[in-house]
Write a protein that binds this ligand. Structure first.
Ligand code: AMP
Ligand code: ZN
Ligand code: FE
Ligand code: FE
Length: 275
């Protein structure tokens, strides 16, 4: 069977593996396709794409995962086969990157008030060319000996309700969908398991997604069964992926996959929608 992992992060956001290395790793692991879906950035796509060109039978899906807020809950919107040269998309992502920078500084200031000192310089070293996310700050806390591991840093300082938590700029799911559609991409609701309940998932789907992420490491058999039923009823494409981040998360590339025919379906839908 030909398999695709359609949810992967790189060093362009908060992953620890370079885009080109992701492609090599995917091929070594026998995958037929991967989608690069970095948080709020498309900066990793070109490098991955150039690497993928070396392999005739491998497909690189240009994607993104945009963070939004709905009913006070984090909702992540995946975009597939986006036109990553779209000027409107590039401009908006630039803004989001700047806002993440400001937020990163705010979190550092909050930590300072608690007697925890992480310099912006240290953080920048970890972020590299990426866009600042809480995983980077968690890593900085670990490196400086304030936490044993990334998860503990999150639980103690960074999750919602904890002392150094700072929310991101609030984008609505509809705004993310708009942005992706304007860039001729296919919209998919990411990891629905992280929403409050099934009713909330159905409410979010009213925004008009093209697909829903069915295969995901945290999804039980029962939950996937329900998602497949919903997808069928609403005419959504069921996608899936591992949400691989490299070392910072206990998930391997290819831990969740879908058949390659899902990639074809996404492309076909793109063709129909944006003739
Ligand atoms: P940010 O976009 O900066 O708010 O960071 C979000 C990222 O942090 C997610 O994509 C996850 O990889 C990670 N994350 C969010 N919540 C947690 C948590 N409770 N424990 C560990 N990692 C988390
Ligand atoms: Zn992440
Ligand atoms: Fe996500
Ligand atoms: Fe993700």
């Amino acid at each position: 069977m030909e398999l695709a992992d359609l949810h992967v992060h790189t060093t362009a956001s908060d992953g620890t593996v370079k885009p080109s290395e992701i492609v090599k790793k995917a091929i070594e692991g026998g995958l037929k396709a991967v989608a690069i879906t970095d948080h709020d950035t498309i900066d990793g796509i070109e490098e991955a794409y150039n690497e993928a060109l070396k392999y005739k039978h491998f497909t690189l899906v240009p994607g993104i995962e945009i963070s939004t807020t709905f009913e006070g809950q984090e909702v992540h919107v995946l975009g597939y086969f986006i036109d990553y040269n779209d000027a409107n998309l590039i401009k908006k992502l630039q803004e989001l990157k700047q806002q993440r920078e400001i937020r990163g500084k705010k979190i550092i200031q909050k930590l300072e008030k608690m007697g925890i000192y992480i310099s912006m310089e240290k953080l920048k070293n970890i972020v590299g060319n990426g866009t600042i996310g809480r995983p980077h700050i968690a890593q900085a806390l670990v490196n400086s000996g304030y936490s044993k591991d990334v998860q503990m840093a999150f639980d103690k300082y960074l999750i919602k309700g904890s002392p150094a938590y700072v929310p991101r700029q609030k984008l609505l799911p509809s705004e993310a969908i708009d942005l992706i559609k304007k860039a001729k991409g296919i919209t998919v609701l990411a990891h629905p398991i992280f929403l409050k309940d099934k009713e909330q998932i159905l409410r979010v789907l009213n925004f008009g997604f093209d697909g829903i992420e069915v295969e995901y490491p945290n999804h039980s058999n029962e939950f996937r069964g329900w998602l497949n039923k919903v997808a069928k009823k609403l005419g959504l494409i069921g996608t899936g992926g591992s949400d691989f981040h490299g070392e910072i998360k206990a998930v391997e590339l290819g831990d969740s996959t879908v058949e390659f025919k899902v990639v074809k379906k996404l492309l076909q839908l793109k063709g129909e929608k944006f003739k």
